[in-house]
Design a protein around this ligand. Structure first.
Ligand code: ZN
Length: 406
């Protein structure tokens, strides 16, 4: 019993310490000085898949080596959809990508445990370079919000956002088992509301249009997306790839569509990632196109982020490919804009998310109707020990020890 009390005191102390951590000085600074001269960091990466469509990937320690000193921080996640290996269809050809089989994809919630487990293998110092994201929920399920809360409670101190999750995506959406994801589904509204309440950054993949441009003057999903975005002004939303994809090429008006959002204060909560080499190919198609993109980015330097969209790369060259592909864009940008897109905007968004989510986690302990049991249970989980305790090496914790009193 004495031990139980000790755990409770420890937990309250630890979580209070986390909540009071100062937010990085980079938060909300849009005028941060470019520091590439003093710093080898080329970029932060808002879009990285640690695992592929069959939940196989790169150990996080190996990935750290690929990041080296060129990449500062990375938002990491798996892929929420598992490609089924159906022997009746594919025989011995085990498919590891959605385009390699006609069989279905299904939601694989264990992906979040895989990512958390990898993250918790790192030292506290190494963890500062990662922002894990929850992605293993079904966005058509009204219970999706329960999954997100459950993951935060089981793995406190780990996650800063949700995504990348997919609503409409070329070839993928029709393969997903069950009800087709939709921007009009109330389940998705609940997810966005919860993210706003907690402070989780949201990374959403939703194509702007259908595989072939939808008939009519507007892309198929743009206006429904805008309605969703507008309905959640408290939620920080990152629209992946600006809605483009392998076959979703930009209409001539694409930059005007983005400007509709950027110029309207009703969407101040929305930013865009320019991840994926399939997107870079549009941006760098020719000097005139690159100049048009650069003009928009220079006008709104705080609203775009670089991301690799790499999936478990095996080499540094493979990991940095998208960054290198964008070389003409980097040259065309103002230095300040370039810095913000590569580094500064990531820090602003994820420093804020980290602080808010840690604060929410702390409140859950105090709001629990059985605080003693909750605190004890939480403190005894292996993930909590790995995240917060066991030794006093963690910079997050004041008075941090569970079983090794000093
Ligand atoms: Zn995507």
């Amino acid at each position: 019993m004495l031990k139980s009390k000790f755990y409770r005191i420890f937990l309250a102390s630890a979580l209070t310490s986390i909540a009071l951590l100062p937010v990085s000085s980079t938060v909300a600074r849009s005028d941060a000085n470019p520091r590439e001269n003093q710093d080898s960091v080329l970029m932060n990466d808002v879009h990285f898949h640690l695992d592929n469509y069959i939940q196989e990937g790169i150990p996080i320690g190996e990935f750290l080596k690929l990041m080296g000193d060129k990449v500062g921080r990375v938002a990491i996640f798996g892929i929420p959809l598992q490609q089924k290996w159906d022997y009746f269809v594919d025989g011995d050809r085990s498919p590891d990508y959605y385009l390699l089989s006609d069989t279905e994809l299904y939601y694989y919630s264990f992906v979040d445990a895989i990512v958390a487990t990898e993250y918790l293998k790192l030292s506290p110092e190494q963890r500062k370079r990662f922002d894990p994201m929850i992605t293993g929920f079904n966005p058509t399920d009204m219970y999706a919000t329960d999954h997100i809360k459950r993951v935060l409670k089981i793995y406190p101190g780990v996650f800063s956002g949700i995504g990348e999750f997919t609503i409409h995506k070329e070839f993928v959406s029709p393969k997903v088992a069950g009800h087709t994801a939709s921007l009009k589904n109330e389940a998705l509204n609940r997810v966005f509301s919860l993210a706003g309440d907690i402070g989780l950054a949201v990374l959403i993949h939703c194509d702007i249009d259908t595989n072939r441009p939808a008939p009519g003057p507007r892309p198929a999903y743009l206006d429904d997306l805008k309605t969703l975005f507008r309905s959640h002004p408290k939620t920080t939303i990152i629209w992946a790839h600006t809605g483009l994809g392998r076959t979703i090429s930009p209409r001539p008006e694409h930059l005007q569509y983005l400007a509709e959002i950027l110029s309207d204060p009703a969407y101040n909560n929305v930013v865009f990632d320019i991840s994926w080499d399939e997107v870079a190919k549009y941006v760098i198609k020719d000097p005139e196109t690159t100049r048009a993109w650069a003009n928009l980015l220079n006008k709104y330097p705080d609203r775009f982020l670089f991301g690799s969209d790499a999936v478990a790369p095996k080499t540094e060259a493979a990991y940095l490919k998208t960054y290198q592909d964008y070389a003409p864009l980097w040259k065309a940008l103002d230095p300040k804009t370039s810095y913000q897109i590569r580094i500064g905007n990531y820090e602003r968004i994820f420093d804020t998310a980290r602080q808010k989510v840690r604060s929410w986690e702390q409140k859950q302990v105090s709001l629990d109707s059985r605080p003693a049991l909750s605190a004890l249970t939480l403190a005894e989980t292996p993930s909590f020990r790995a995240a917060f305790g066991g030794s006093c090496s963690s910079p997050l914790i004041a008075g941090c020890f569970i079983e090794t009193p000093r």
